[in-house]
Design a binder for this molecule. Structure first.
Ligand code: ZN
Ligand code: ZN
Length: 364
């Protein structure tokens, strides 16, 4: 395992504006490294292809290619929820984007990680993300008025979320039974009348075989800081726009360190894959009903990619509870928790009752 490089003062200001010397950040609007002071913009050379890595080879300890996300990357951990966030100076992390807690730990040089193969750069700007959030909040019924304070630029931040994607081939052998329905007419007497009805039966035949499937880019979030249902709702990601990883894409943004390691992510992939395989097997068995006794699944040609996907995330406290908000950094789609104002609901119910009483007295 390689040691993290020492922080080098020269490297800290790696993305300096050639025109004025100020810091340049990745700007979602033009997709370029842009000087926030004079506006000078420079294209990011991400010409490489996003390559798959061999899973088996990677798991051999001597093959671990651990590097920090950027040579000048710093990291802080949240003492409250355990999330670790990477950033490059002059960016700072003062509040946890996932739980809203104040970050008191001092930043240190980022630990080496499995360097990402690809990044989906931000396309939604902070003002656009805020506008999307404002729209989302105002469309929430019975939200407390205080929620409106949340849609402020300092409340959500742009953060790349770690993902694994897996490719694998599987051709599992299975055995089971195929059920075929047939009907029998049953005659019976009711109130002295002769009647008949159809009764369904099933004939079972043994069935076995093998079904092949190539799994391609099955994505597994490598974070536990955001609820799975939000992450699912943010899909699909436009993987066609994936860029080969360049530290410049992170300049001015944060990136979360993966919390689910590569082998644990592969377990999750296997769960997803076994659901797909089961439906493949049932389709292969055919008939009206299927019984599956045994599926021997073996995966080969396993490859993976480590990706960073862009979201705006924020958390806020409301009557002692934490609520999370995420905005898709490519589409502006918002997902989040929201509190209900019982005062507003009570007022609404009261107005409704008054209206019903008035209506009733008018109609009488
Ligand atoms: Zn400049
Ligand atoms: Zn936290």
């Amino acid at each position: 395992m390689k040691k993290a490089p020492e922080i080098n003062r020269e490297n800290i200001n790696r993305f300096l504006c050639p025109s004025c010397g100020a810091n340049m950040v990745f700007n979602p609007q033009n997709g370029q490294l842009t000087c926030s002071y004079c506006g000078y913009a420079q294209a990011i050379q991400a010409v490489g292809t996003v390559e798959e890595k061999s899973y088996e080879e990677f798991l051999r300890p001597e093959a671990m290619q651990l590097q920090p996300m950027a040579i000048n990357a710093m990291q802080v951990g949240c003492a409250s929820c355990g999330a670790i966030v990477n950033f490059t100076p002059p960016e700072t992390a003062q509040e946890c984007d996932f739980c809203g807690a104040k970050i008191v730990a001092l930043p240190k040089a980022a630990d080496p990680l499995i360097a990402p193969e690809g990044v989906l750069p931000f396309r939604v700007t902070t003002p656009q993300a805020n506008a999307a959030l404002k729209g989302w909040i105002s469309s929430r019924w019975f939200a407390p008025s205080k929620l409106k304070d949340f849609a402020r630029p300092d409340k959500i931040s742009s953060i790349y979320i770690p993902y694994w994607t897996y490719d694998a081939f599987s051709r599992p052998d299975y055995d089971g039974e195929r059920g075929e329905h047939y009907y029998e007419t049953v005659y019976y007497e009711e109130n002295g009348e002769q009647k008949s009805r159809q009764v369904r039966h099933t004939n079972w035949y043994s069935a076995s075989g093998a079904v092949g499937r190539q799994f391609d880019d099955v994505s597994v979030p490598a974070t536990t800081s955001l609820p799975q249902n939000y992450l699912n709702a943010l899909e699909p990601w436009d993987f066609a726009e994936l860029k080969s990883y360049e530290p410049a894409f992170l300049s001015g943004h944060k990136a979360q360190t993966y919390q689910i390691a590569l082998p644990q992510g592969f377990q999750r992939f296997k769960e997803i894959a076994s659901g797909v395989i089961l439906s493949d097997v049932c389709r292969d068995i055919g008939g009206d009903e299927q019984r599956v006794h045994n599926v021997s699944t073996y995966f080969s040609d396993i490859t993976f990619k480590h990706l960073l996907l862009p979201v705006y995330a924020g958390a806020y406290q409301f009557s002692g509870k934490t609520f999370q908000i995420v905005v898709n950094g490519r589409t502006g789609e918002v997902q989040g928790d929201r509190p209900y104002s019982w005062l507003k609901i009570a007022a609404f119910v009261f107005v409704l009752i008054v209206l019903i009483v008035i209506l009733a007295s008018v109609l009488r």
